[in-house]
Design a protein around this ligand. Structure first.
Ligand code: AMP
Ligand code: MN
Ligand code: MN
Ligand code: MN
Length: 289
């Protein structure tokens, strides 16, 4: 069954590892009947201005967003920031540091892949990525192009995850710093695709408690990478821990096998949506203490 939602709070453009330029992403959102969209590129807000300008033409509400990589208990956890002021210097400085970390990780990945026999891996990946933001997805595309695998999923499995020849670990910002940046910019923090980390119940509970203490506001209950059961489980956790709930496709572009933009089921009943049907945000920081 294919769903159509008028609100999608998680997607990517060419400002990170998505395939569509921000304007083209907005055109698609409009064609798909989306009224409220958050552009949430990895560690970058570079696509928001042009997305916002394009959204204005359609009367589509574009919510500022970014998906920030966080190191938490030896795991990488993704935190979505939504509805912040894009000109906030604290957030911008934090994201710049993340981007620098990505470039340094990229150089180390490039060296490993060059040792593996892939010539000029770093340089070619930078050319492919085009902008400032380097993601493992960009390396995956290079490896597919070089014939090491038939699709990016296969590349991740054989090269880019822990223990494989192209993998290097990286130290991302910690949870407390990231929530500080988001709060400084007036945004709300949401744990992205919480079921994807495969955490034990105990660890998940610890993550939720810590996140809540630091002023975190929401859980991404509906995600393109959640199964039906995981959606119900996360809906339960969001109620239990007093979090708002969000829904996002995590759309990356037409070539990805992920979900279509906006093709997400509704939030289960009893969830408290972070944005209502009219696109108003219901979380304020005064509630979070
Ligand atoms: P990075 O943040 O640079 O480490 O890259 C993470 C990104 O790689 C994710 O946001 C996904 O877009 C992509 N990714 C992670 N795992 C896979 C996978 N198994 N198959 C395809 N893409 C993946
Ligand atoms: Mn991605
Ligand atoms: Mn993610
Ligand atoms: Mn994402």
């Amino acid at each position: 069954m294919s769903y159509r939602s008028s609100i999608d709070l998680h997607c990517h453009s060419t400002a990170s590892d998505g395939e569509l330029e921000p304007e083209a992403l907005i055109d698609l959102a409009h064609r798909r009947g989306i009224k409220t969209l958050a552009l949430t590129d990895h560690d970058s807000i570079a696509g928001i201005a042009s997305a916002k300008a394009q959204a204005r033409q359609y009367n589509l509400q574009l919510i500022s967003g970014v998906e920030i990589s966080v190191s938490w208990e030896k795991q990488v956890v993704h935190i979505l920031a939504l509805g912040f002021e894009t000109d906030n210097l604290i957030l911008q400085q934090g994201l710049n540091a993340q981007q620098q970390g990505r470039r340094e990780r990229g150089k180390r990945m490039g060296l490993k892949l060059e040792q593996f026999g892939i010539e000029k891996a770093y340089q070619r990946t930078c050319e492919y990525a085009g902008g400032d933001l380097l993601s493992r997805t960009h390396f995956a595309h290079l490896l597919v192009e070089c014939g090491y695998a038939s699709n990016t999923r296969q590349v991740f499995k054989n090269f880019l995850i822990r223990g494989k020849p192209g993998y290097v670990s990286n130290s991302w910002a910690d949870l407390s710093s990231v929530l500080g940046w988001i709060k400084a910019a007036g945004g709300v923090a949401v744990i992205a695709h919480p079921a994807r980390y495969r955490l034990t119940r105990t660890k998940l509970r610890r993550l939720f408690a810590e996140f809540k203490d630091l002023g975190g506001g929401g859980l991404e209950v509906v995600s393109g990478s959640h199964s039906r059961d995981e959606i119900l489980q996360m809906a339960h956790f969001s109620q239990h821990h007093g979090f708002y709930a969000t829904a996002g496709s995590d759309y990356h572009g037409p070539k990805h096998t992920w979900l279509e933009l906006g093709a997400i089921p509704p939030l289960p009943p009893h969830c408290r949506p972070l944005y209502n049907e009219a696109g108003d945000r219901l979380f304020t920081h005064s509630q979070a203490t």
